[in-house]
Design a protein around this ligand. Sequence first.
Ligand SMILES: [Mn+2]
Length: 412
Amino acid sequence: MLSCGILLDNMKIAILSDLHLGYERFREDALSQASEALYAAAESADAILIAGDIFDYRHPKPEIMAEAISLFRPLLAKTFSARVSEFSGRGKAYTEIPIIAIPGTHERRTDGEIDPIDVLNLAGVLVNANQASVTIEKGEEKILVYGIGGTAEERFRETLSRLTPRPRTGVFSIFLFHQSVFEFLPFSKDFIKLEELPENFDLYVDGHIHSRIEAKCHGRDFLIPGSTVLTQLKEGEQEPKGFFIYDTLGRNYEFRRINSRKFSMVRIDVSGMTSSEASATIRREITKTAPREKGEKPVIRVVLEGRLKEGSKSIDLGISELVEENSSSAIIEVSKASMDSPVSKNAEDLRKGTLENLSIGDYGLSIFLEKLSKSGYNLDINPSELFMILSAEGPKDAIVKSVTERILSKGL
Ligand SMILES: [Mn+2]
């Protein structure tokens, strides 16, 4: 039937990212919002892509691992109209269910070590597309997903040229990755530029950045869905959370919102105010922002800027009383970091949003790399790997021991 031919390549793909299961501050939000997004995605899409950071840790506790498996397992019982038909590359697929994921920066471990996405892959609740291409079929229709998991930024170009990801001719091909992209984080020359991404894919999907981004790459759609849970409390996270549904037939997409905890950021310039004037202003702003109806408490982040009137002290602002007073309607967080001192270059950049999408970890890493390169660092261990080992949770002596072991074994 000819009419069937016209319908070729009509696949709907849900695009999610950065679920951050186990995120301590909002652990329940992380689970319930991931669950809402995943189940809504499974309802309306033929396949689901997850662009990294399913977990908040590279060593999730067994409880969190169980939470993740319990989250995905019921989806296996759903009748997906598409299935995984081919897998080639690193690893192996243990399910035909078209839920395709890659590890992100939070799950990244040193090369060759098992990461938590490998474990979910082994459990057969999803397919890990890290450094692999996965073909998904729905009847006569096919799509290809080529994935690269979160990689140290300064090694990503080398990784790309080593793997040379290619689309498959005649098949709608998606490039799935988890990196900082220079156009959205004009901060380090290590960050890949859109034009450097492999050409000729039909769609580019990235994770890592927690706010939603819709752009073009080599003339095709480039999408970052943003996280499903509030984590960074940055300007960009005031938008609703959710996921994309991409339609390969029309080459168009829509954003589906989920119920996520609301977040507002309020900046107050306290320059020249007395403590009590500033305190009254903060109280007024909070009242304006806090919801009237009972419901899930939003997070309101109050950022204080400027210098109080001579003789007034920030300690007299009564911040803890303000937080307490509003505790039944909102989670209030007051930042005094931008008060008193003259606004520094970096603080100014942060304020303007230049560094807006950068996580604290990445920011720390970039400072570390800069200092290392100035000090003439020449050890045979990759600087990002060194940073990862040094910043691992655990007793300091164990960390030092593992660094020493790495350096010595590399030297042999
Ligand atoms: Mn993330």
